[in-house]
Structure formats: structure tokens, C-alpha cells
Design a protein around this ligand. Sequence first.
Ligand code: CAA
Length: 285
Amino acid sequence: MAREIQKVGVVGLGTMGAGIAQVCIQAGVETVGREVTPELGEAARGKIAHFLGRAVEKGRLSQEDGDAALARLKLTTELADLADCDLVVEAAFEDLTIKHELFRELSEVVGEDAILATNTSALSVTEIASAAAPPERVVGMHFFNPAPLMPLVEIVRAQQTDEAVVDAAYAFAQRLGKEPVRCNDTPGFIVNRILIPLLNDCVRVLDEAGVSPEDIDRAMRFGAGWPMGPCTLVDLVGLDVHVHASEALWQGLREPRMAPPARIVAMEKAGHLGRKSGRGFYEYQ
Ligand code: CAA
């Protein structure tokens, strides 16, 4: 197991999947992106082309390199087109049934020594791996949002993961120019275990201390050196993703700070999901 990674598949080209595909093609890796419809695939390609175009405009990337990167991305709606991928990174919905189905199908489609990775942030990699054959080839590769800008990748070792697969995923993340860190498959892994309760505290302080989102963001930027304030960050991550990850931590560890605050649950129910829906703590065009 764990052959050299020449071609990568990315399943699901939403915010995270598109970002991961972008990172791969910019690192010179042939990438096949799979979405459920051609329109969703094209939308992701459009987003990637936009960010590459911005990098060209700013002089951080040559036009030639940008074009070459984009040419490395192939789109498909068929999982069967991932047959010759050495690594597949799954970035589909955070739904165990969907992921089980994908890992079952992927196990049949890819070569026997291909690695199957999941970008899950809230589900158990061990549970996801249980649907794969063999489960030893499954590893967590948890990128951070926005994937092209955030250096960290958590390399998550499930109960079943072969250590050679962990090493191969770690080496590949390094090849992508990322800063990988190995960890076990525990709720929230490293960063979300710490960050999610902290963001929940920030949201609770809004009401407790009678502070506006603007001021709590300024407080954490100017008083704690955060690159963006907590409300801006929750809007970036998405209220739905944040609530789901909070629920998963709460289910797993039962610490009250992990339970999503009523305020953001109400916002999620109202469809105020942050940047992606045009409204969260802030409004976006
Ligand atoms: N994809 C690709 N490129 C992007 C991008 C994206 N999503 N977003 C921005 N860029 C590019 C753009 O080209 C942008 O330039 P333009 O705006 O001129 O087009 C360029 O990057 C730089 O953007 P900024 O000037 O906004 O960069 P910045 O210096 O303000 O840094 C940041 C942005 C890196 C996001 C920084 O604000 C930061 O580190 N924020 C914290 C983010 C964070 O904590 N993420 C983790 C979330 S938790 C998580 O992801 C885990 C989970 O499981 C939920």
C-alpha cells in the first residue's frame, strides 16, 4: 500500500473540495474533481479560476503557471473516472450515510493500493473507514478554510489506518506546501477541539457582555492578535458547518461549552449561514 501519488481525485467540490483541488493543481498534481452535476463542477472550476486570476493580477503567479494549473483539473460526475487515482480526498457533505456509500464505491473503483482520505471535520474517521475495503487504506486529511491559504493539514489516524498510509498522507501534504500534523481520531481532532468551544464562548459573550459582533471582532483582533474576529470567522466557516461540528463535539465529549449557543442555532434555522448565504453576523453581496 501507499504507492507514489501522481494523480489525485477530489470528491465533492464545495468550498473545501474546490480549495483542496486548487492546492493540488497549483502543486503540479493531476487532479480529477467529481461533483454530482456538471454545473456544480463548472461552478467550482470558475471559483478556482477566479482565485488563480487574482493571484496573476497581483503578480504572485505567472499567467503561464496559472493556465497550466487550471489545465491539470479534470471534472467528472462519475466516481469510475477516479479509477487511476493514487489518492482520493473525499470532501462531500458531513453525512455518515453519504460518506459510507462513497467509501464503499470508491473501494471498488480505485486500485488496491490507492489511499482514501476524508476531509471530515466532525465525523469519526474510524467510522467512515469501516465502510472501506480495506479500511487500513483510509486516513483523515483535514484541511482548513480557506484551504489554499491555510497551511495546516491534520493527518488523522483512524483505529484501522496503516501507519504507512499515515506517512504517505503526511508526505503528500508536505508536497502540497502544507504544514501537516499527525493526530489520533478523537472528536474535533486538534484545532476544532480547541477552536469550536472558543468560538462558542465568543458568541455567548456577545449577549452576556452586550457587545456587537463588530466590537467582539475588533476585541479579538486587537486584543488577542487573531487574523479575523470570531464572528467573521464563523461566517467564513458557515453557521451550518459550525453548528454541526459543535453538535458532534458535544455528543462526543459532553462539555457544555461545546454545545452550539442558541443564538447561532437560531441563525442557522433562519438560513443565515454566513458568507455562503449572503448573511450571517454580517451581510455579504
Ligand atoms: N480560496 C483561494 N484564494 C482565496 C480565498 C479562497 N477561499 N480567499 C481569498 N483568497 C485569496 C484571494 O485572492 C485574496 O486576494 P483578493 O481578496 O485580492 O482576491 C488573497 O487570498 C488574500 O486574501 P486576504 O487579503 O483576505 O488575506 P488575509 O491576509 O486577510 O488572510 C486569511 C486571509 C488567511 C483567511 C486570514 O484572515 C486568516 O488566517 N483567517 C483565519 C482563518 C481560519 O481560522 N480558518 C480556519 C477555520 S476553522 C476550519 O476550517 C476547520 C473546520 O473544520 C470548520
